[in-house]
Design a protein around this ligand. Structure first.
Ligand code: PLA
Length: 448
């Protein structure tokens, strides 16, 4: 009998997922003005003749378009990927060193990792975000699983919540990283938004944010960007974080932190973890998805971690057992190389120190680019207040340029960026700032 009940429960979860998927696809397809039933023109007898062409991803598709452009002056400010002053991707020195150590160690093998990943990596990742002296870690209240970078960590966390948490609505900020809605919807959660950014002040709409959280149903999940909010570059102050924390706890909402930029906002790993630590410090529960893509430059290695902070050690260990059931049928277990690099760096005092210096240098270069761009627009007398360029935090500037102006800049200046006017400051260099400033000036003065 019990098994039958379980089966029924599972099948209704599966139904829910299927209908969510159908809804999601319907939206995508309608946006494209076509339908899966539209008849093909040249697909012959293919079993997939009715597959509609999907649009490119709004962020990664920018790189696809950039790669096709033969112009020598083209500039990719779409995806958030760090570039050097020479415009080249950067492999951190400390990463090269760690890789050398790994290669030289002949005792290392390529066996499968456990389902939850590399144990050292998990422990060190929790320590990195929560702090070495975190009582939650010392009390074994935290369970951490290695996942496929930030995205995979969000997805595993969302899948767990869809199966085991009573409230299936997640509130995400408006705007937010474009993939959040898809990750959470396809995991079976219902996505709603809370007010975040005020286009008039180009700052945080703290009033709207608090009101929206106040009217959320008790227990709802709330997605928070731990630091360097993407795409706006606007973060709450510590005082505002405290207001948010109080609201979340008073309504028994469940915080889910997305920490994709630790160290990139302020240049300090501890500084950028303060929001998360504030929430963990109050003894309440929370989820944290960590990515090493940006702060260690390990983009393509797909290294990340999901930590769930629970009330008791016993709950944490039961949660861990269920996370394994989420992961095993999805990708069985995570890859070994990137996590080994991270663990090598995090556990060695000298390598860790070297990493913090390289990270600070990346953060500082981004801040310098902000200043250069701001000055360059000032020098051109570009109409408007551009002070948000130097006020915003992290990898991106949310310029305020509209879709038409973005299209103009791409067409006339070969500058690639997302259509919401977000530019990756990490993709700029002293050499390319004048070109961008010229383009923005032309867009603002000729396109409304
Ligand atoms: N969360 C946020 C807020 C992000 O901005 C990104 C990456 C991720 C999670 C996922 O990163 P990961 O899976 O690679 O660890 N956002 C990028 C890239 C940098 C992307 O869209 O995939 C961006 O350009 O917005």
């Amino acid at each position: 009998m019990e098994n039958v009940d379980k089966l029924e429960m599972n099948s209704s979860a599966a139904d829910r997922r299927l209908s969510t998927l159908a809804r999601h696809l319907a939206v995508t397809i309608n946006n494209e003005g076509s339908s899966i039933f539209s008849s093909p023109t040249s697909a012959g007898d293919s079993a997939f003749a009715n597959v509609a062409r999907a649009p490119e991803d709004p962020i990664l598709g920018v790189t696809v378009a950039y790669n096709k452009d033969p112009s020598p002056v083209k500039l990719n400010l779409g995806v958030g990927a760090y570039r050097t002053e020479e415009g080249k991707p950067l492999v951190l020195n400390v990463v090269r060193k760690a890789e050398q150590l790994l290669v030289n160690d002949r005792s290392r093998v390529k066996e499968y990792l456990p389902i939850v990943g590399l144990a050292d990596f998990n422990k060190l990742s929790a320590k990195l975000i929560l702090g070495a002296d975190s009582p939650a870690i010392h009390g074994n209240l935290v369970t951490t699983v290695q996942c496929l970078s930030g995205t995979g960590s969000l997805r595993v966390g969302a899948e767990f919540l869809a199966r085991h948490y009573r409230e299936r609505t997640i509130y995400i900020p408006n705007p937010t990283w474009g993939n959040h809605t898809k990750v959470f919807t396809l995991a079976g959660l219902t996505v709603k938004t809370y007010r975040y950014y005020d286009p008039v002040t180009r700052g945080l709409n703290i009033q709207g944010l608090l009101e929206d959280l106040e009217s959320a149903p008790t227990g709802a999940i709330v997605l928070l960007h731990a630091c360097a909010h993407n795409p706006t570059g606007v973060d709450p102050t510590l005082q505002q974080w405290e207001q948010i924390r109080q609201m979340i706890r008073s309504k028994s909402l469940l915080p889910f932190f997305d920490s994709a930029y630790q160290g990139f906002a302020s240049g300090s790993l501890d500084g950028d973890a303060q929001s998360v630590r504030m929430f963990v410090g109050d003894g309440g529960e929370c989820f944290i998805a960590q990515s090493y893509a940006k702060n260690m430059g390990l983009y393509g290695e797909r290294v990340g971690a999901l930590s769930i902070v629970c009330r008791t050690a016993d709950v944490a260990s039961r949660v861990n057992s269920q996370l394994k059931l989420v992961i095993r049928p999805m990708y069985s277990n995570p890859p070994i190389h990137g996590a080994s690099i991270v663990a090598t760096i995090l556990k060695d005092r000298n390598l860790y120190h070297e990493w913090t210096l390289e990270l600070k240098a990346m953060a500082d270069r981004i801040i310098t680019m902000r200043k250069h761009l701001f000055d360059a627009l000032g020098a051109r007398g570009t109409p408007g207040d551009w002070s948000h360029i130097i006020k915003q935090i992290g990898m991106f500037t949310f310029t305020g340029l509209n879709r038409k102006q973005v299209t103009f800049m791409t067409k006339e200046y070969h500058i690639y960026m997302t259509s919401d006017g977000r530019i990756s400051m990490a993709g700029l260099s002293s050499r390319t700032v004048p070109h961008l400033a010229d383009a923005i000036h032309a867009a603002v003065t000729t396109v409304v």
